[in-house]
Design a protein around this ligand. Structure first.
Ligand SMILES: [Zn+2]
Ligand SMILES: [Zn+2]
Length: 639
């Protein structure tokens, strides 16, 4: 799957890792006088070990998120401090760091060695010295803050681990530079290459709302987790182990912030191993015992998503704000969930502030978080309700003159001149508002409520993604609001996912399936440890003959109704148009929801374009047709 070059990088990464362990040993044994100053007779140090976050794959095994090695350049703290103090005119801003004073006693050669990193790194990496010094300042301030808080707690002056440690000054340096530094170590005193794992999303913006992104643990979260785990180990004075005491997360760790990365954080994150080092001094001889608990890699997560369908759904949606969902109506598996606008999870740390303030809301997963009036696509429910409760049959007809009056309010049909005498089947096919107004008027205000709830309107579907919204199914007590809800307007709000699930139930013969994106979880040994299990797949109490007649109407929408002439018939699609009013003139939400092939549905899909002057037939139907041309290439070629 990966080219040879990538495998070489991994190999070097592993070698470097061992190199660091060796250096750690050097640091602690050869420079053990540093430790003697701070330790007593016996000392136990613990170190959390690296772990790899699990990868995310689509249903065909395509990698959507993976940890890849990258390299940072770290510099020894005393060199950072030395250089910063020499190069900046500002007076030393800190009070408790005493290393500088100690350094005055050192020989001249040594001090020059401490300075050299700045020029060499600046030259090698082409980064201005001022920029490196700025990073240096941030590191010094951070260490100073940490030291002060440790000292406050300890009630005395202490030297913390960070003061004798290496700190990353430049992140993510190119491979050629890694080689130069590693092979010319004498030229780079006090400089060390630190391998780090970076989360990479190879498909860039593809499915970004589903995958989500990762972000650094905040101080508050770190505190919370560390208390929650309550997993203290036997520690020495506590000072130098402060940031390494706990299982799970380390202070600067990442965790899933949204999407799958957040939803399956527990599966993905893996467990850090821990190294315990006990150092004892016997008559100035140092003995060390090392016990290590190895790391456990995170589990891999396989999604139901088909990245090819996802890519095509995103392409079909184009630059419109909105959403496209493709689901398997038999299983509830999400094959695609496209949203626009999107974000690139690879560059989230740089882009976050710009994105979060963007009025077009690129972080919004419109498919599950956009709660909007569904308009006429709701009419499937307003037809099933009176049919199921027996107040109506498919032959029942009302007269449409293009409008209805109730008291002093006039409500209009999409057809200005009216549809004439129209039956329920044709009322769906031609999307007659008046028919459904009349139903609401004649058969009571609450006739739709129970059935809408049955179809899950106004509650979360329970999809395994964070921050799903429930929409709103209002229980109305007056006739006019009921008439508005009958045509999918008023205070009725639904998410695209809710509505595509309604049509999946119609397509599959009346089972409300649980939509989901997880397919299976595989551990680091390659064993399947979990498959997605639906907690509900509910058979709705709707008579098959009623579903059959709704299905026939939806089929007619494509062949002779409101979606006629849009190419959808080529794919044997059935469905419903909807152009929902937003309260602003010339501004609509355009919907199309349907399934194909109508006689044996394999795909159920929904298209939403938000805030457009165009009707469903003008914008949502062509997008649906383009999507279907990809799902059914044979049908397309035959045409
Ligand atoms: Zn010296
Ligand atoms: Zn009408």
């Amino acid at each position: 799957m990966y080219p040879l070059r990538f495998r070489i990088i991994i190999l070097v990464f592993i070698l470097l890792f061992f190199g660091i362990i060796v250096r750690l040993f050097q640091l602690q044994v050869i420079e053990s006088e540093i430790y003697q100053g701070i330790s007593h007779r016996r000392r136990i140090a613990t170190t959390l070990l690296e772990t790899t976050r699990g990868s995310i794959f689509d249903r065909n095994g395509k990698v959507l998120a993976v940890d890849q090695p990258t390299f940072d350049v770290s510099v020894l703290f005393k060199n950072l401090l030395h250089c910063y103090l020499n190069r900046t005119e500002q007076p030393y801003p800190f009070t408790s760091l005493k290393i500088h004073e100690d350094e005055k006693k050192q020989c001249r050669e040594c001090r020059e060695n401490q300075d050299v990193w700045l020029e060499r790194l600046s030259q090698l990496l082409g980064i201005p010295q001022a920029e490196l010094l700025n990073n240096t300042r941030q590191i010094i301030e951070k260490v100073e803050r940490l030291k002060q808080s440790v000292e406050r707690r300890a009630g005395k002056k202490v030297r913390i681990k960070e003061e004798i440690d290496y700190h990353p000054v430049v992140a993510d340096i190119p491979w050629e530079k890694v080689i130069q530094i590693e092979t010319r170590q004498a030229d780079f005193p006090g400089i060390r290459i630190v391998p780090r794992l970076k989360r990479v999303y190879p498909e860039q913006k593809l499915a970004s709302h589903i995958l989500g992104y990762i972000g650094k643990l905040t101080m508050e979260e770190w505190r919370e987790y560390r208390e929650a785990w309550n997993n203290y180990v036997l520690a020495s004075t506590g000072a130098e182990t402060l940031s390494l005491l706990y299982d799970g997360y380390m202070e600067n760790d990442n965790l899933g912030r949204d999407g799958i990365e957040a939803q399956y954080e527990e599966e993905l994150r893996g467990m850090r191993g821990k190294r315990f080092e006990e150092i004892t001094y016997k008559s100035s001889q140092m003995e060390r015992v090392i016990v290590e608990r190895p790391s456990i890699s995170g589990n891999d997560v396989y999604l139901t998503l088909d990245s090819r369908i996802q890519a095509y759904a995103e392409k079909s949606l184009g630059t419109h704000a909105g959403s496209v969902i493709v689901v398997d109506p038999r299983t509830g598996e999400i094959l695609a969930m496209a949203n626009n606008p999107r974000f690139n999870p690879n560059t989230i740390s740089e882009d976050f502030n710009r994105l979060i303030n963007n009025p077009s809301k690129p972080f919004l997963n419109r498919a599950i978080q956009g709660a909007l009036p569904p308009g006429s696509i709701f009419k499937a429910i307003t037809a099933i309700a009176p049919l199921s409760s027996g107040v109506l049959n498919t032959q029942t007809a009302f007269e449409c003159h293009g409008y209805v009056r109730h008291r002093n309010v006039t409500l209009r049909c999409a057809s200005r001149n009216g549809h004439g005498l129209i039956s329920l089947e044709d009322a769906i096919t031609y999307s007659c508002n008046v028919f459904f107004y009349e139903v609401a008027k004649a058969f009571g205000r609450d006739i739709f409520y129970d059935y809408a709830r049955l179809f899950g309107i106004g509650e979360r579907t329970g999809i395994d993604l964070p921050h799903e919204r429930s929409g709103n199914m209002p229980q109305v007590t007056a006739t006019i609001p009921a008439m508005n809800i009958a045509i999918g307007q008023g205070r009725l709000l639904t998410t695209p996912l809710q509505m595509v699930r309604v049509y999946a139930a119609i397509a599959n013969g009346g089972t409300l399936v649980q939509p989901h994106v997880l397919s299976k979880v595989i551990n680091s040994q390659g064993e399947v440890i979990r498959r997605f299990e639906a907690t509900y797949n509910q058979k709705l109490p709707i008579h098959p003959s009623i579903l059959n007649s709704i299905q026939a109407s939806l089929r007619d929408v494509v062949t002779r109704g409101t979606a006629r002439g849009k190419g959808l018939h080529l794919y044997k699609a059935a469905g419903k148009t909807g152009t929902a009013e937003t309260g602003r003139k010339g501004d609509y939400h355009s919907w199309f929801v349907g399934y194909a092939p109508y006689d044996n549905p394999r795909y159920c899909f929904i298209v939403l374009v938000e805030h457009t002057p165009k009707s469903s037939a003008e914008i949502a139907c062509p997008i649906a047709a383009e999507l279907l041309s990809y799902l059914f290439p044979e049908a397309h070629r035959a045409s």
